[in-house]
Ligand binder design. Structure first.
Ligand SMILES: Nc1nc2c(ncn2[C@@H]2O[C@H](COP(=O)(O)O[C@H]3[C@@H](O)[C@H](n4cnc5c(=O)[nH]c(N)nc54)O[C@@H]3COP(=O)(O)O)[C@@H](O)[C@H]2O)c(=O)[nH]1
Length: 751
């Protein structure tokens, strides 16, 4: 007999009825029972179907939820090491999931196996409430993806040990990459030299980097939440900052320079690059500012601009700025049909003064000269320093060419008063000035400057302390000067130099005491060139050192020859240039030459011009004393042309004063000369100095001087300069009785 089993679908529990237990009241009961059975079976089937459908529905929804959340289900059997998981059915994702199973080691990145085990160990040891780790798993196509795995125990054995863990895994590759990028950006921002600040839509600081804090001197806490105006400086007006912010709001960017104020109040100039962006999360407006402190850079630029355009010593425009201004002045003059003048100015004998007083004093003179010059011409005219002692003045809007000469005269007059070096010292220095005119002489700056320079050289050649207006003939003179300068370099090698000697006559008792050695240059190409022409060029080039030593030795050799002819009381005087005196060991040179030639030092006299000695009394006095110690005599040449004072003369160890020809020329009739010369004689005698009058050409001059106690005379009336043989003959034949007769050598034989 079959056994009937009734199962309750909800409980799975069955009740069994044996056939012997059935009563058989009749066929109707049986049919009713069968119907009931069928009904019950149908109900049971439908209930089972509904249950399965419900389970399937749950499962589908769970899978769909998993699929939608991105999380993937997994189930790990610790004993077998097998991992079951649900994966997407199709790569593009359609919400359907498939289950697969594989050993966990085949799924994980080999480098992350230890990490996975370690995390598992922690979980199983109860150190963490759930299993959680981030690691790489295969993507099934040869690549790896980062997943964040979470799970918990779902099955344990009798002993309570975990058998299975189930959980979910989420692909976090993109998040990790984004996080990595965020970290890199943060590191870059932290290490950036530029200050970066992020401000909100209302220009309140939201975030700043360390460079920003360093630049502004504020701690972060004092910046965040504050408005951008925190750093506004008074160097820019508030409207300027408002404009920046308005433009940033309007156009989303602003770049430029602005002043900012640090916490300590110091102002800094910043280059700002401002961009407006939208926050990726909430879409709010953010202003990102990148600031660079360019204060120092600007300062350096300004300094460079200053250095490029101004002379640092005097603060005057330099050559470059002068050219620029002159160009503009020419354009203006052209437009207004007016005239302008360029005055090229050079300080007379500045080199001597600089060499003797020292460069510090020389600098002071240049500064004082710059001030004097600007004061004289007025602030409306450009005064520039071209270098050394060369200055240039640009005079604009001249009515007549003579206006430029008027100004040149004013400048020379202004330099008539000494320049003060410091509280104690003053120096008298004169300028020589060359003038060129636009449009008369040239149309372009370089030409105008060149012509003014040429004219200045002519002013120098004309005796200094004067001005000259450019004319075409001057170019010729400049070329000649350049030619002489070139030829002078070969003069010693070619033996083109020689000496002539001009006797000096003592008036009481009358006798020839000595000679002045004078240099002559006979050039085969250029003929005889006067010393007044070539000696300044030799001084400029430094050749005077070599030439001067040659003169000294040659003069001593001639004197020695004459001594051998019995003229052993004769002395020789030699002209010395300032360069010889101040450069190198001239005392040593003189001592060596005297020793080589065998001349007693007291027979040598060195002549130094007054302006040379004037330049630096202290320094010069020291050197002169060395000559005196050697036994050599010292004379002031051209006395009266400089600015020597009695007090000054007293400080110098000189032995002789030579009155300049300029004071002798007017004798005996010119009242001024007749007054000055006896004063000089008396003054010199009061200081124990001998007096020699130069350039004596007439008997009247001789008599006047003799009667006023002048010790010696020199000049054409006694004799012009003669070559060595002629001079020897002259001296041998000279007799005191001839003193009152006409010149002894006809002027025609002058060498
Ligand atoms: N550093 C050196 N300077 C030198 C040297 N030799 C000459 N000079 C200097 O050159 C300047 C011109 O000299 P010079 O042309 O030789 O003229 C001298 C005389 O010839 C001239 N003289 C003399 N007596 C008369 C006169 O009665 N009338 C007249 N018109 N001229 C006369 O005067 C010049 C004398 O010069 P000084 O006594 O030196 O002042 C001149 O400055 C020389 O110093 C040299 O070797 N080194």
């Amino acid at each position: 007999m079959p056994t009937l089993a009734f199962a309750d679908p909800g409980t799975e529990c069955c009740r069994v009825i044996e056939p012997s237990q059935l009563h058989v009241p009749g066929a109707a009961v049986l049919i009713a029972l069968l119907v009931l059975l069928v009904v019950l079976l149908i109900r049971r089937r439908s209930s089972e179907r509904a249950y399965v459908a419900e389970i399937n529905d749950h499962s589908d929804r769970l899978k769909l939820a998993l699929w939608a959340s991105g999380e993937r289900y997994w189930d790990y059997d610790i004993g077998s090491g097998q991992l079951r998981r649900l994966v997407d059915d199709a790569p593009q994702g359609n919400g359907r999931m498939l289950e697969d199973s594989m050993p966990v080691d085949a799924l994980l990145h080999p480098d992350d196996l230890d990490l996975a085990r370690e995390a598992l160990g922690h979980y199983l040891d109860g150190e963490s409430g759930r299993y959680q780790v981030q690691l790489r798993v295969t993507d099934g196509a040869g690549g790896w993806i980062w997943v964040r795995v979470r799970g918990r125990a779902v099955e344990r054995d009798e002993a309570g040990d975990v058998r299975r863990i189930a959980g979910t895994a989420l692909n976090v590759s993109a998040t990790r990459e984004a996080e990595r990028e965020r970290q890199i950006a943060a590191t870059v921002l932290r290490s950036m030299g530029e200050a970066v600040a992020v401000l909100d839509a209302d220009f309140r600081y939201v975030s700043v980097n360390p460079a920003f804090l360093r630049m502004t001197g504020y701690p972060e806490a004092e910046v965040l939440g504050r408005g951008a105006a925190l750093l506004d400086s008074e160097q820019n007006d508030s409207a300027f900052y408002r404009r920046i912010r308005a433009q940033a709001r309007r156009e989303g960017h602003w770049s430029g320079e602005l002043w900012q104020r640090r916490k300590d109040g110091e102002e800094l100039l910043a280059a700002l690059e401002l961009r407006t962006v939208r926050d990726a999360d909430d879409g709010s407006v953010l202003h990102v500012c990148v600031l660079n402190d360019i204060t120092q850079q600007k300062r350096t630029e300004q300094e460079l601009r200053y250095l490029a355009n101004f002379d640092t010593l005097t603060g005057l425009p330099n050559r470059s700025l002068l050219s620029e201004r002159l160009s503009r002045a020419i354009v203006r003059a052209h437009r207004e049909d007016s005239r302008l003048a360029v005055l090229f100015l050079d300080l007379d004998r500045f080199k001597d003064v600089n060499d003797s007083l020292g460069h510090a004093a020389g600098d002071r003179i240049l500064r004082a000269a710059a001030v004097r010059l600007q004061q004289t011409v007025g602030a409306q005219h450009t005064v520039a320093r071209l270098g050394g002692d060369e200055f240039t003045v640009v005079l604009e809007g001249l009515d007549r060419p003579d206006d430029a000469e008027y100004m040149a005269r004013e400048i020379i007059n202004a330099f008539g008063a000494p320049l003060s070096l410091d509280d104690r010292r003053e120096v008298s220095i004169s300028p020589s000035i060359g003038i060129s005119l636009y449009p008369d002489h040239a149309q372009v700056p370089t030409e105008l400057l060149k012509q003014a320079d040429t004219a200045m050289y002519q002013a120098k050649a004309a005796g200094r302390c004067t001005f000259m207006r450019y004319n075409d003939d001057m170019d010729l003179a400049v070329r000649q000067r350049a030619t002489i300068s070139g030829a002078l370099r070969k003069v010693l090698d070619r033996g083109e130099l020689r000496l002539v000697f001009q006797p000096r006559l003592s008036l009481s008792p009358p006798r020839i005491t000595g000679v002045e050695a004078l240099l002559r240059w006979s050039s085969p190409e250029h003929g005889d060139i006067p010393p007044a022409e070539f000696i300044p060029i030799a001084e400029e080039s430094g050749l005077i050192l070599e030439i001067g030593e040659w003169v000294l030795r040659e003069a001593c050799l001639v004197l020695q020859r004459w001594r051998q002819h019995g003229m052993d009381t004769l002395n020789v005087s030699v002209n010395v240039s300032v360069l010889q005196l101040l450069r190198g060991d001239f005392v040593g040179v003189v001592a060596r030459v005297l020793d080589d030639v065998g001349i007693p030092p007291h027979l040598l006299e060195l002549e130094l011009t007054e302006s040379v000695l004037m330049a630096n009394a202290e320094q010069t006095a020291e050197r002169l004393q060395a000559f005196r110690t050697l036994g050599v005599s010292l004379a002031i040449d051209d006395f009266g042309t400089g600015y020597s004072s009695l007090a000054y003369l007293k400080r110098l160890p000189i032995t002789t004063i030579k009155i300049d020809k300029a004071f002798v020329d007017g004798l005996p009739h010119d009242a001024e000369d007749a007054a000055i010369t006896p004063t000089i004689v008396a003054m010199a005698h009061s200081l124990g100095l001998r007096v020699v009058a130069e350039g004596v050409e007439t008997e009247g001059q001789m008599r006047f001087l003799a009667e006023r106690g002048c010790d010696e005379i020199q000049g054409f009336w006694v004799s012009p300069p003669l070559d060595a043989l002629q001079c020897l003959a002259f001296m041998r034949n000279w007799r005191p009785g001839e003193l009152l007769t006409a010149p002894h050598v006809p002027l025609a034989v002058l060498p």
